[in-house]
Design a protein around this ligand. Structure first.
Ligand SMILES: Cc1cc2nc3c(=O)[nH]c(=O)nc-3n(C[C@H](O)[C@H](O)[C@H](O)COP(=O)(O)OP(=O)(O)OC[C@H]3O[C@@H](n4cnc5c(N)ncnc54)[C@H](O)[C@@H]3O)c2cc1C
Length: 576
């Protein structure tokens, strides 16, 4: 089955660099059947609203053709399974020669020893023995392994997959899984919405992906205190729908990818379009229940909005990408739904003018609810996606604004921003005409990555990554980065949460004809530029598998050594 695939197919499956390992792979396949035989019953597998389904949903009318369906053929299952086996059989051997793999782990004179194939089997059986009751807890279904180790919208994917996916129903079950994994040194990777973009839930050493799909409930709603206790797999959109249905007058303002869920949002310390007004994930977490690597369960705090008791463990776990513990409950602050909302767009002759206007809005202190930048290419993607049809937007560098508050404050803020836009050559201040258009326009912005994905031709991929800089450097970095990106001659766009000095490049490329290397160099230059401007290699997507080198460049070896010391204290076998 593996051999039947042409190399190009293997590459487009994210397995290209591993293709030379065919012999090793085939040697592993026989052994894998032991695990594969016990797959999770399809009927009881939780349904997941995957971003991919939306990726192909926008109607196009595009000059570019959508890519053909990628993951449905049965041959993929075999490859996924085989790659999973490589995940545990071969990754631990080869990864140490890989510059990326060694960086976060070089405090070890020897790489950590992970479970052998036999030990892995024993661990999985032990988890089943302890936890299988009315439901099957572990899946080794190849499709499942693939969905939990590979991401079509990630900038990078290691060639390995988890060997099993666990579906716990409670903190106690997560604790049991961790305890057994710790005993056998089986890697554990948390998985919530699967929408992260930098290979954050990759399984470079195989191991068990812990999918919280069945832990998606609101546990306690404290309306008077304006907080809520939730399980990790509730999505931020679902949470807001439920709060609206309850007529609570409250909402959770952190808005990353539409399919993101609270556990992963804590993992990446995400943000979104609302961050300019409401801050990022770390600002909304009151208390966390965390399962540590050895199965110990802790709570970071109690329930008051503020506390100065002891170390700020919330700050430690938020943004740790599941490497220090798995979050099984979170107490979150909620915000009051504003009285009035208005959405407007303004176009500018150049991206520099748009960025300069955005910086002035911030420097003037206008409390905009959101301020987003899109270049002319991204506006074209919105039009091609058709989300706001029949309305068509001008394909020019554009700022999107959300104004919220009382009716009077919204009007006043609009007037101030109109003045700033005019001073920076802005024109065509257009307002969404009603609530539906506001919603459509904003969702077109939120789903812009999926709209880009939908424009790929066969074999093409999208590289979408972010950096952030202090406001005053925004116009500089965006102008230079856009020029370098345009010079690649590829379909590429800039967009971002410009109110936070945070912007993204999205570039469509074809890996087969050497375009990936060009794109990678361009992205690395953008990261270096951001660091030279006292910025960060990632404003919100986090480090993942894709930006480990950038993290070292950003913080330096001494700071990284502190991070490693914390990691070693909480996870001595380095399984998370
Ligand atoms: C169309 C689109 C738009 C996006 N827009 C934004 C944006 O505006 N802002 C932004 O910040 N991001 C954005 N993203 C990226 C993504 O939505 C965020 O990174 C989000 O926080 C990931 O959440 P998730 O539930 O999908 O996490 P996952 O992808 O499942 O996991 C993310 C990380 O958290 C870890 N993790 C998962 N669950 C747990 C847990 N229970 N305990 C501990 N660790 C855990 C994982 O191991 C992984 O390291 C976008 C993505 C897409 C596809």
């Amino acid at each position: 089955m593996w051999r039947a695939l042409p190399p190009s197919s293997a590459r487009s499956l994210g397995l290209g660099r591993r293709a030379h390992s065919v012999n090793k792979l085939q040697a592993c396949i026989a052994a894998s059947s032991v695990l594969a035989a016990k797959s999770f019953p399809a009927a009881s597998r939780p349904t997941r609203r995957h971003a991919s389904s939306t990726a192909s949903s926008p109607g196009t009318g595009s000059q570019r053709q959508r890519s053909s369906v990628r993951w449905s053929s049965s041959s993929v299952f075999g490859i996924a399974l085989a790659a999973a086996v490589v995940g545990w059989g071969a990754a631990s051997v080869s990864i140490w020669r890989d510059g990326k793999g060694s960086m976060l782990l070089d405090s070890f004179s020897q790489p950590p020893r992970y479970a052998s194939m036999k030990e892995m089997e024993i661990a999985i059986q032990e988890i089943r023995d302890e936890l299988n009751g009315e439901h099957e807890i572990i899946s080794t279904d190849p499709e499942d392994l693939h969905a939990h180790g590979y991401s079509e919208w990630s900038t990078t994917n290691p060639e390995t997959l988890p060997v099993a996916v666990a579906y716990p129903r409670s903190t106690e079950e997560v604790s049991t899984i961790a305890r057994i994994c710790h005993k056998y040194r089986v890697p554990i990777i948390g998985y919530s919405g699967g929408s992260s973009l930098e290979g954050n839930f990759s399984a470079p050493f195989g191991g068990i992906s812990v999918d919280f799909a069945y832990m998606d409930q609101i546990i306690q709603f404290n309306r008077e205190d304006m907080d809520i206790v939730v399980q990790p797999s509730i999505g931020w959109q679902d949470l807001n729908e439920q709060l609206a249905l309850m007529g609570s007058g409250l909402f959770f303002p952190v808005d990353p990818g539409p399919s993101a869920k609270i556990g992963g949002m804590i993992g990446t310390n995400c943000s979104g379009t609302n961050a300019v007004r409401y801050g990022t994930m770390k600002d909304w977490v009151i208390n966390l229940t965390v399962v540590l690597a050895d199965g110990t369960v802790i709570k970071t705090r109690r329930r008051p909005r503020k506390s100065s008791a002891g170390y700020n463990l919330n700050g430690l776990f938020v943004g740790s990408e599941g490497t220090l513990g798995l979050v099984t409950e979170a107490t979150l602050k909620l915000a009051v739904v504003p009285e009035d909302l208005s959405v407007a767009v303004v176009t500018f002759p150049t991206i520099r003018d748009a960025a300069a206007a955005a910086a002035e809005v911030m420097q003037t202190g206008v409390p905009v609810a959101a301020m987003e930048i899109m270049d002319e290419v991204q506006m074209r993607v919105v039009n091609l996606g058709g989300a706001t049809a029949p309305r068509v937007w001008q394909e020019m560098p554009t700022l999107f604004f959300k104004f919220s508050g009382t009716k009077a404050s919204v009007q006043e803020n609009i007037r101030t921003v109109q003045g700033i836009a005019k001073r920076n050559a802005g024109s065509n201040f257009e307002f969404a005409k009603d609530a539906l258009e506001q919603k459509l326009l904003w969702s077109a912005r939120k789903e812009s990555l999926w709209s880009m994905l939908a424009l790929r031709r066969d074999g093409e991929e999208v590289w979408s990554t972010d950096v952030a800089v202090p406001f005053s450097r925004l116009a500089d970095i965006i102008e230079v980065s856009k020029k370098e990106m345009d010079d690649l001659g590829l379909f590429a766009s800039i967009l971002g949460h410009i109110g936070d000095g945070n912007f993204h490049e999205s570039i469509i490329y074809n890996p087969i004809n050497g375009e990936r290397e060009k794109v990678e160099a361009c992205v690395k230059n953008m990261v270096k530029r951001a660091l030279d401007m006292e910025g960060t290699c990632t404003g919100e997507h986090s480090v993942g598998w894709g930006k480990k080198d950038s993290l070292l460049m950003e913080v330096g070896p001494d700071t990284l050594a502190v991070m490693k010391a914390i990691k070693a204290a909480l996870d001595p076998y380095w399984i998370m």
